[in-house]
Ligand binder design. Sequence first.
Ligand code: NAG
Ligand code: NAG
Ligand code: NAG
Ligand code: NAG
Length: 426
Amino acid sequence: MKLISTSSALELFLAAITFSAFARSESNDQPILSLSQDESFHFELLVPLGEAIYGGADVAPVLGAAENITVGNFSSFHEVFYTLAKATKAQAEDPANAYDPLNVRETWFATATYFRRADFYLHGDWDNPLINSLWDEQLNAFDHAISALPNPGKRLQIPADTFAVEAIWYPATNESSKRPTLIMCNGYDGAQEDLFHTLVVPALARGWNALTFEGPGHPTVRRRQNLGFIPDWERVVTPVVDYLLAQQADNVDADRLALFGYSFGGYLAARAAAFEPRLSAVLLDGGIWDTYQAYIQYLPATAIALLDSGDKLAFDKALFAAVQAPETSSQVRWGLDQGLWSFKTHSPYDFFQMTKAYAVKDFVHDIAIPVWIADGVYEGFFQGQSAQVKDALGPNATLHVFTGPAGYHCQSSNEIRASIDAAYWN
Ligand SMILES: *[C@@H]1O[C@H](CO)[C@@H](O)[C@H](O)[C@H]1NC(C)=O
Ligand SMILES: *[C@@H]1O[C@H](CO)[C@@H](O)[C@H](O)[C@H]1NC(C)=O
Ligand SMILES: *[C@@H]1O[C@H](CO)[C@@H](O)[C@H](O)[C@H]1NC(C)=O
Ligand SMILES: *[C@@H]1O[C@H](CO)[C@@H](O)[C@H](O)[C@H]1NC(C)=O
């Protein structure tokens, strides 16, 4: 049943969007120095600064990029990082620098980070050839870097039922010794290469093995295998656990396998934990009770009514019009671009319907291992949902709320305290 007629809903929707939910926030309620007046750019500039601490970037070039990027202009964000990535790659390849292999390795890592940043805001046009060419550059740069680690990282394609998991194995030592192993995946947008500079380096420093992986919807699988997200994430994690226990039996302590999910990976990891009994603990950064509920918070009430009415054509038309309006924040515009691309649909209506399948509330009591949940006081995407997961799990879960400058989504740019807290929990 339609509650309101389509044309009036459209008008109401567009009016509401212009004046409320989608408008750029003017508030300056940041716990740290702002890197851009554009809230989304601020956060996406913090990401490489956070990765800098574990060798993913240099600080001054990122601050230089922040200085040069124009608010609200995705091409400008792309161009500034693309120029920086190409210049950094030229340094990595310059024979004059080859006398210091360690510096060359670090320069390749930074090159990969800048190519990933150059790609970040480009997913609105699936036919843009840069989506693949920038990614090939970042994979190539990253592979140069990990091949030069003391114990080189090993890229793997692990066969799953109808696809292959993209993974990288980082052994803790070069000798056979059964170690605890941290298995980890990213979420809505991050790459497994980002995880190297947030969690792999600190895991290796503590003598743990690390394995990062990507499944359908994640950057490399989306590109190479043309697959969008799937909710039944045990289809991704079970083959990874099989690989570790069979192929790395001499290096992996089978009783200490922890799975970590970043961001939207907080849903993915929880789902796998409910269906993969060989895991010994799961870490959710943060907890995701209900993805659909989290995402519709960006919609005005009129849009939610249109979504509920089932009028797909009207909803899609209205949403595209609203998202293209100049008042619409980069956060919302990017969020929709990335959601459509990573869930692989051209319809915003279908996208919102698909997100209904991604809810920890549907299987929370099937999680029978200890759960660690991270939340932040500035969490913007899944506000309040970590506490919902914790409440449902009771004593089976530990909730850690990060505050102050550490209080961003996924403790962005606060890697040291975040990893120390996670290690303490272990
Ligand atoms: C910023 O712009 C200046 C002036 O055009 C340029 O010299 C510099 O290389 C740019 N820096 C970055 C990191 O984009
Ligand atoms: C956005 O930035 C690009 C690249 O710097 C520039 O060519 C373009 O004119 C800018 N667009 C607007 C609307 O300012
Ligand atoms: C492991 O690395 C150490 C230090 O680099 C080296 O001395 C040792 O020979 C290596 N062992 C093996 C089995 O490769
Ligand atoms: C806590 O975990 C145990 C298994 O270790 C399980 O039986 C129980 O249902 C879990 N409790 C909740 C509230 O999910």
